[in-house]
Ligand binder design. Structure first.
Ligand code: ADP
Length: 475
């Protein structure tokens, strides 16, 4: 753990072992922290808040620039740790480190643009000035699927705004978080400003974030279920909260688009991180006239993908995170096949050549997917592309919006008017239009409906860590 600028074991000195999901081998161990450790970290953050928030934006910005530079110098090492710990192919891990570092750079810049307002007042002797000030100590919780960028996406805007932070990473991927905090330490960020508490049991740490009056804001990325739990707790104390939760992205292909190009894009984004992403397409709607071409291209693409250990060249499909993830994928596929879906490719666990040591599932394409199947409603978080035919724009908009999630969505069309119409009507926080990667540190990321509250990245991302204060002056 990293508390008040010092690395330490947990109070109870118990270890939390970390395993390689591709091989099952133990690759390290970190402190198994508990509620007392979280409380200690929060106290350190509260003490550091006074001096950190009093620095100029230029001073805070310098620290973040240094952290960016150091992270980029360590890109290769960090990417290797990520592949070992999380399983994604090395190339994808490098991309994630770059994306993670981008948040440090972007918020180093944005720290200097926390502008207030002056407002015309109703009385001649009156003046209104609006200040933006940091909310205070932040309790942050991050998931295992993007173990570096989800950390910097919270730490960078929080620190830029003048907040201090205590972060609890996912129990499956604490080593990546440790590496990120080494970067922050080596950038000279003062003790107590950014603290890391690793733990096997997240519940007590979350409880401390909720109940400790020194914490003023919670930032969470993970499942909708746990997000709601934290939101309920935060409501009790009226704490600020931002949530990045699950998704069930529609991917719509109209028949004026090139079906092969669309299939290439759909398969790339679907199988990124083995489908373990909240913006992964879960329902791929293809207009009937082009569906055969789309399915043929999808099949060809998928059959070229190789599953395996992410350290090996040519591997693009890593392991699933664990047995529960495997059971969910197997259950959804079995249910879909039973209810009439067609298996185009894959559809089974992979066990040959040592793959049985991890949880590998063949990249899978299902066509003729329909509304009554589990996969149509439930987030998959695995390598299954579910293809659904449709006839009209009106019909597909209705189907796409018919979900309690509202994070990412995608559409392929060459008709500019249709692109604009559908963009406006989709009830999702992110819409990729002929684009499978509508994300960047400078752009607001987040969901509507049960996909979350607030946005990360962009101008909106720092606003989550700022209070608005009005000064009314009589002169
Ligand atoms: P996932 O399905 O991605 O594992 P979770 O929501 O279970 O999603 O996990 C995301 C993060 O939330 C992890 O850091 C995990 O430790 C944490 N977490 C899980 N349960 C709780 C809880 N009851 N209180 C606080 N944090 C939790």
């Amino acid at each position: 753990m990293y508390i008040n600028g010092e690395w330490s074991r947990a109070d109870n000195d118990a270890g939390l072992d970390v395993f390689n999901p591709a091989t099952g081998e133990k690759i390290g161990s970190v402190a198994n922290g508990d509620q007392k450790d979280a409380a200690r970290a929060i106290e350190a953050a509260a003490r550091a808040f006074k001096s950190w928030s009093a620095l100029t934006a230029y001073q805070r910005s310098e620290y973040l620039y240094d952290a960016y530079r150091i992270m980029m110098e360590r890109k290769e090492d960090l990417a290797r740790v990520m592949t070992l710990e999380q399983g994604k192919p090395l190339k994808a891990a490098r991309n994630e480190v770059r994306y993670g570092a981008d948040f440090l750079l972007w918020y180093a810049e944005e720290a200097k643009r926390v502008y207030g307002d002056t407002i015309p007042a109703p009385r001649p002797d009156q003046r209104f000035i609006v200040l933006k000030q940091p909310v205070g100590v932040v309790g942050a919780i991050t998931p295992w699927n993007y173990p570096v960028s989800m950390v910097t996406r919270k730490v960078a805007p929080a620190l830029a705004a003048g907040c201090t932070i205590v972060l609890k990473p996912a129990e499956d991927t604490p080593l990546c978080a440790v590496e990120v905090f080494k970067v922050l330490h080596d950038a000279g960020i003062p003790g107590g400003v950014a603290n890391l508490v690793t733990a096997r049991d997240p519940g007590p740490i979350g409880d401390e974030f909720i109940s400790n009056p020194l914490v003023h804001k919670l930032a969470f990325t993970g499942s909708t279920e746990v997000g709601k739990l934290l939101a309920r707790g935060a409501a009790e104390h009226l704490k600020r909260i931002s949530l990045e939760l699950g998704g069930h992205a529609p991917f719509i292909v109209f028949d004026d688009a090139d079906p092969r190009r669309a299939a290439t894009g759909a398969m790339l984004v679907k199988f990124l991180n083995t489908g373990q992403a909240c913006i992964s397409p879960n329902r791929i709607f293809v207009q009937r006239r082009v569906i055969d071409d789309f399915v043929a291209e999808a099949k060809a693409r998928v059959e070229k993908m190789r599953a395996g250990n992410g350290l090996e060249a040519g591997v693009s499909i890593g392991p699933l995170v664990g047995p529960a993830a495997m059971e969910k994928v197997e259950r959804q596929v079995a249910d879909a096949l039973e209810l009439g879906a067609t298996l185009v490719s894959g559809g089974r666990r992979l066990t040959a050549d040592g793959l049985d040591r991890g949880f590998f599932y063949a990249p899978t394409v299902l066509s003729d997917v329909s509304e009554q199947m589990q996969i149509y409603r439930e987030e998959t978080f695995g390598p299954v592309a579910a293809i659904i035919p449709f006839d009209t724009e009106e019909e597909v908009l209705e189907m796409a919006n018919d979900t309690h999630y509202g994070l990412a969505s995608y559409l392929y069309t060459r008709d500019i008017s249709r692109a604009m119409r559908v963009f406006e009507k989709l009830r999702f926080g992110i819409v990729g239009i002929n684009d499978i990667n509508p994300t960047a540190a400078a752009a607001p990321f987040g969901g509507m409906k049960e996909s979350g509250l607030g946005r990360e990245g962009g101008r909106e991302g720092i606003a989550e860590y700022l209070e608005t204060k009005l000064g009314g002056f009589s002169i």
